[in-house]
Design a protein around this ligand. Structure first.
Ligand SMILES: Cc1ncc(COP(=O)(O)O)c(C=O)c1O
Length: 383
């Protein structure tokens, strides 16, 4: 038995996406920059994928800069915008950002820009008043707050935060990597200046993403070389990957609503069952969350232990974020929410996808009940 409940870490490649990619791994191998027929064919495929991705988030194709993924898009947004600012300028990121934003922020801090980390409330939400306060504590050039959190699934009111940022003349970036595919994501409606997205969270291939930018946003490239991606990201394009991203985007546009409904149904069903297990605490239940995500802890059991026990039953979940797990530290997101370490160590994330079924949720719950019972028995035998 194999049940995959870790779609926030990554999704399987949709068979239709793979089919769209295959020609670009075989016959259509031209470099999109080449002037001959093979090159022109690749250039057309690149343009089509750019249109498909642009259409999904409601922008013009020229506003899409393809990157090697969400991590690079986040690095480009933060470092690229701050490189245009005066030395010593300030920037704001939220305490619950993905490591690719937080680590970029720490690197910028070492380069002598001033970092201000804005906190969240106990539901994991960045409050607009706290955000505005953070922007006002000096001359701020950039702010970055994620649209949806990869661990808790908590969705921020980015439109409201962007309005605050615009009023204060601050460039607003959002990491929408986790939101895309699980809720509507419209660039204009969010009001941001830049937004990161990634293909492998929407049933596309790994290693490809994009930074979506408003027209005229001033940004320094991180990679220098040829004039690819309007001079913002040098390097021969990962054409099969980009074509796959485009195909995944087009499919998503047609299927978003049923995917959302399906996820909501599974989550409601799973949470009702989880409520009957007395040791379970579900995080951020009062906040608006992605429909597919449940982040919970079992009192008295470590998340990593539960993950391994479920894995033995063929069920794949995550303990905290995929990138952070293995670090031995409790989730920085839960810490920012004020969750005590004892409970935070127990955190487990279940994230549903379109191929999951109610029967799989039943198997998850029965396996959880069995594992919790035997692990707690083991714990009390040692106590
Ligand atoms: C919120 C968020 N941002 C960024 C990333 C990084 O994206 P990628 O894996 O495409 O580099 C992830 C991946 O887990 C994520 O969840």
């Amino acid at each position: 038995m194999s049940i995959y409940l870790d779609h926030n870490a990554t999704t399987p490649v949709d068979a239709r996406v793979l089919e769209a990619m295959l020609p670009y791994l075989q016959g259509c191998y031209g470099n999109p920059s080449s002037g001959h027929r093979l090159g022109r064919e690749s250039q057309r495929a690149l343009q089509r994928a750019r249109e498909q991705v642009a259409m999904l988030v409601g922008v013009q194709p020229t506003q899409v800069v393809f990157t090697s993924g969400g991590t690079e898009a986040n690095n480009l947004a933060l470092k690229g915008v701050m490189a245009m600012a005066d030395a010593g300028s300030r920037f704001v990121v939220s305490a619950v950002e993905h490591s690719s934003v937080l680590q970029s922020a720490y690197a910028l801090e070492l380069a002598e820009y001033e970092l201000n980390v804005v906190g969240v409330d106990d539901s994991g939400v960045v409050q607009p008043a706290t955000f505005e306060q953070a922007l006002m504590e000096g001359r701020t050039s950039l702010a970055s707050v994620m649209l949806a959190n990869n661990e808790t699934g908590v969705v921020q009111d980015i439109a409201r935060l962007s309005e605050v940022a615009r009023r204060r003349g601050v460039v607003m970036h959002t990491d929408a990597v986790q939101a895309l595919g699980k809720m509507p994501v419209d660039f204009e409606a969010l009001g941001v200046a830049a937004m990161s997205i990634s293909a492998h969270k929407i049933y596309g291939p790994k290693g490809v993403g994009a930074l979506v930018m408003e027209k005229g946003l001033a940004l320094q490239p991180m990679l220098h070389g040829g004039g690819h991606e309007a001079g913002l990201r040098a390097g021969t394009e990962n054409l099969p990957g980009i074509v796959g991203f485009g195909a995944a985007a087009e499919i998503l546009q047609a299927e978003l609503n049923p995917r959302i409904e399906h996820s909501f149904r599974l989550r409601r069903y799973a949470e009702q069952a989880l409520q009957k297990i007395p040791e379970v605490v579900v995080f951020a239940q009062r906040a608006i969350r992605l429909p597919n995500t449940i982040f919970f802890a079992v009192q008295g059991i470590e998340g990593a232990t539960l993950l391994m026990s479920l894995d033995r039953d063929g069920i794949a979940v995550s303990s905290g974020s995929a990138c952070a797990s293995g670090s031995g530290e409790p989730s920085h997101v839960l810490r920012a929410m004020g969750v005590e370490d004892g409970l935070a160590y127990g955190a487990v994330r279940v994230s549903f996808g379109s191929e999951n079924t109610v029967e799989e949720v039943d198997l998850l719950i029965s396996s959880l009940q069995r594992q919790i019972e035997s692990l707690l028995k083991l714990n009390s035998a040692w106590a």
